[in-house]
Design a protein around this ligand. Structure first.
Ligand code: SAH
Length: 220
């Protein structure tokens, strides 16, 4: 197991200060990000940059999101302890761990098998009790008993709001999703009814995510 030294804890405090300066105000999010060692979710060679506000490669052509993006999405999601959260795009597992740290019951889907295998093991080793699935996030979790979710977070750029995911969101629930092709606009969708006319959409600016792709991938 890696070491979470005083130096790393100090770097996390500095990161949290920077997040406050960038407008993050939710103390639950800030406390969770102060607690979760982001450097555990990166390859050894990249550890020196773990607390910079930057996206970094995690293999399979994917990236761990900027800390400020993780903070922003977590804040918009307005998670409360015990909430059932569906996450699309497990990736490194860092966002998953932040949500677990906030007391959410997290169900996370990843389409790249190598990332799914590696991250499922890492989260278990670190005692973050998320349920990890290899699958296609466009479909969500169709098995009985998982849905409905209180919250849904998508951590890849989606071309549109996947209808199956809205079906799996409870009435009154929130979805945070970056929508767009080259660039994405961060949307928060509140489900006030079953039909699209009853989805209230709020907009939170432009971001750049790796694309949300169709289907599962078993390739390295
Ligand atoms: N929250 C992660 C983000 C990783 S990047 C982190 O900070 O580490 C986004 C992830 O979404 C990638 O791992 C990518 O493989 C995954 N992804 C892309 N399309 C997907 C889909 N349809 N279903 C599930 N995961 C998907």
């Amino acid at each position: 197991m890696r070491d979470d030294s005083y130096r790393h804890k100090g770097l996390r405090l500095a990161m949290v200060r920077e997040l406050r300066q960038k407008g993050i105000t939710d103390e639950r999010v800030l406390a969770a990000m102060e607690a979760v060692p982001r450097h555990f979710f990166l390859d050894l060679a990249l550890i020196g940059m773990a607390y910079d506000d930057t996206a970094l490669p995690i293999g399979c052509d994917q990236t761990i999101s900027h800390p400020s993006t993780v903070a922003m999405q977590s804040q918009l999601l307005d998670v409360h302890p015990g909430d059932k959260v569906l996450e699309i795009g497990t990736g490194s597992g860092y966002q998953t761990a932040v949500l677990c740290q906030m007391g959410a019951r997290v169900f996370s889907i990843e389409r790249q098998q190598p990332l799914f295998v590696k991250t499922k093991r890492l989260l278990a080793d670190l005692r973050y009790h998320a349920k990890c699935f290899l699958g296609d996030g466009y479909q969500g979790l169709t098995e009985v008993d998982y849905a409905p979710f209180d919250r849904i977070i998508i951590t890849c750029g989606a071309p549109f709001i996947p209808p199956a995911l809205m079906t799996q969101l409870r009435l009154g629930g929130l979805m945070v999703i970056p929508v767009g092709e080259q660039q994405q606009e961060m949307l928060r969708v509140t489900k006030l009814g079953e039909t699209e006319a009853d989805w209230q959409v709020e907009r939170f600016g432009q971001f750049k995510f790796v694309p949300m792709k169709e289907g599962r991938s078993f390739k390295q």
